[in-house]
Design a protein around this ligand. Structure first.
Ligand SMILES: Nc1ncnc2c1ncn2[C@@H]1O[C@H](COP(=O)(O)OP(=O)(O)OP(=O)(O)O)[C@@H](O)[C@H]1O
Length: 236
């Protein structure tokens, strides 16, 4: 299980953006977390991906409480979670070719010998041709770069996948293609998926269940929130 309990997080301890949010995800399950822009979805996604240390609450991953975030998290814990962000250009090193980008986690974990096979298997699955793999981020479209970022998130075969507005910048056909890749990986691997976003139609079609930000926040959470029906409501 991936379990977040009363997680409080943000960038200013006196005014956290995420206040006492709880959710849990079972292996093989897909959960859509819906919330309006700015409510703290990306911050929570980063906490769940062990990239952002919360001020309070607990994160339990595969039965063990998480005690270290970012470089302080043991490698096996960090690599159990794959993450795809909304803006591929912010998360892709502009000096790398797409092939190097996809292979980055393998190299970082000392698994160089697997690079050729893993990239050869993943590239066609995400729709990257051999020619595109040799280009750098400034030579490809956002959709092509996001395909590479998704491959990078899957290359270590994570047990948990977090898609933070993965398709927000993409057209309908690229969105459908990337969702299909994630679903195929989820079915084949039994990984759990947390898909975060504000597109209710997309997340309801994509995920086994969806939950609104308001529903998983402690009562009285003072940020923008979603009503149980998914309609945006104003809070103080
Ligand atoms: N690095 C940061 N430093 C300070 N404040 C930040 C930082 N990142 C985000 N914030 C603020 O935290 C709040 C929540 O941001 P976050 O990106 O988590 O929301 P979101 O729900 O994912 O938004 P969106 O749907 O627009 O991506 C916003 O008010 C934002 O300005």
């Amino acid at each position: 299980m991936l379990e977040l309990t009363r997680v409080t997080a943000g960038y200013d301890r006196r005014d956290p953006v995420v206040r006492e949010v709880s959710l849990s995800l079972a292996p093989g399950e897909s959960l859509g977390l819906l919330g309006p822009s700015g409510c703290g979805k990306s911050t929570l996604a980063r906490v769940a991906a062990l990239l952002h240390r919360p001020y309070g609450g607990t994160v339990v991953l595969d039965g063990e409480p998480v005690r270290g975030w970012r470089h302080r998290a043991p490698r096996a814990r960090r690599t159990a979670v794959g993450v795809v962000f909304q803006q591929p250009r912010l998360s892709a090193d502009p000096r790398l070719t797409l092939r190097e980008l996809v292979a980055q986690p393998l190299r970082a974990t000392g698994r160089r010998a697997e690079v050729a096979d893993r990239v050869a298997a993943l590239a066609p699955a995400v729709g990257l041709t051999p020619e595109l793999l040799e280009r750098r981020p400034h030579e490809v479209s956002d959709g092509q770069l996001q395909r590479a970022c998704l491959a990078r998130a899957l290359v270590l075969r994570p047990r948990w996948l977090i898609c933070d507005e993965m398709t927000a910048m993409l057209d309908a056909s690229t969105t459908a293609a990337l969702v299909a890749v994630v679903e195929s990986y989820r079915r084949e691997s039994g990984a759990g998926l947390l898909a975060v976003g504000h597109d209710r139609v997309l997340l309801e079609r994509w995920c086994d269940r969806t939950v609104g930000w308001q529903e998983c926040s402690a009562p009285g959470a003072p940020r923008g929130a979603m009503s149980p029906g998914g309609q945006e409501i104003l809070t103080t």
